[in-house]
Design a protein around this ligand. Structure first.
Ligand code: ADP
Ligand code: ADP
Length: 228
């Protein structure tokens, strides 16, 4: 579904990505792990078209994202990808429901349909009675679940998350990860998640390990362990 080929990223003479290829299938939760500075966030930004590679290509289904520019790129991204960050970036003056609706309104979907889906998502994420609350009236875990609902509003092909549990305590972090698993199982939602969380990463379908701008290892859970 999402395929990146031979991505490189240089900042002047700093080679942050040195030829990374990634492929993610529909309905998979893939985590990207590795030490700080390995290039994880840079890779996620390139996969999410939030930044452009120095060389290489990113494809989503049969669209070469590397060729999209300007408004066409912004529009494609808003319709096909959802984003969750460490800090939820909810707009403080809007309610949970309104925050969730925003990407739907931007996509030009009929307002009543967007509101209905936003309410459905908040209900599904256990926030049915929090719809009209402003972000500062919600707990950290609830705020992050609102951000998840917002990421899902346009039924994205893939959700990209950069340290989504980084600002949560371990209980809320576990609950958020469990929620990703439920969304995968219920809606076949695809996720690619950068995480430092050593407890949660192994629960994903696949862990990609980055080191020094390269992909160094892949652990596929359901392959038999071969002990040599
Ligand atoms: P990680 O997410 O694995 O911690 P990053 O992708 O954030 O790693 O960063 C990888 C390397 O790229 C680091 O050495 C970082 O300092 C460098 N880097 C990231 N963004 C920029 C930038 N905009 N300009 C210059 N260097 C950057
Ligand atoms: P959690 O255990 O999920 O971290 P908290 O103990 O922080 O939740 O909050 C419990 C409840 O109190 C939540 O349902 C939340 O909506 C409500 N709440 C938390 N902070 C505030 C606040 N600043 N204003 C109003 N309600 C709040």
């Amino acid at each position: 579904m999402l395929t990146a080929r031979n991505l490189t990223k240089n900042y002047s003479n700093l080679h942050v990505l040195k030829g990374v290829s990634v492929s993610v299938s529909a309905g998979e939760i893939v985590t990207i792990v590795g030490s700080s500075g390995a290039g994880k966030s840079t890779l996620l930004h390139l996969l999410g078209t939030l930044d452009t590679p120095t060389s290489g290509e990113v494809w989503l289904n049969d669209v070469n994202l590397t060729l999209l520019k300007g408004n066409a790129l912004a529009d494609f991204r808003n319709r096909h990808m959802g984003f969750i960050f460490q800090f939820h970036h909810l707009l403080p003056e809007f309610s949970a429901l309104e925050n969730v609706c925003i990407p739907g309104f931007i996509a030009g979907v009929k307002k009543s349909a967007v509101k209905e889906r936003a309410a459905f998502l908040l209900e599904t994420l256990g926030l049915g009675n929090r719809k009209d609350h402003k972000p500062n009236e919600l707990s950290g875990g609830e705020q992050q679940r609102v951000a998840v609902a917002r990421a899902l509003i346009n039924t994205p092909d893939i959700v990209m998350a950069d340290e989504p549990t980084g600002n949560l305590d371990s209980k809320n972090a576990r609950e958020l990860h469990q929620l990703f698993i439920e969304l995968r199982d219920k809606f076949r939602q695809t996720f690619i998640i950068v995480t430092h969380n050593e407890e949660l990463a192994p629960l994903s379908d696949r862990q990609l390990v980055m080191k020094d701008g390269r992909m160094v290892g892949q652990e596929i859970d359901d392959l038999p362990l071969i002990i040599g």
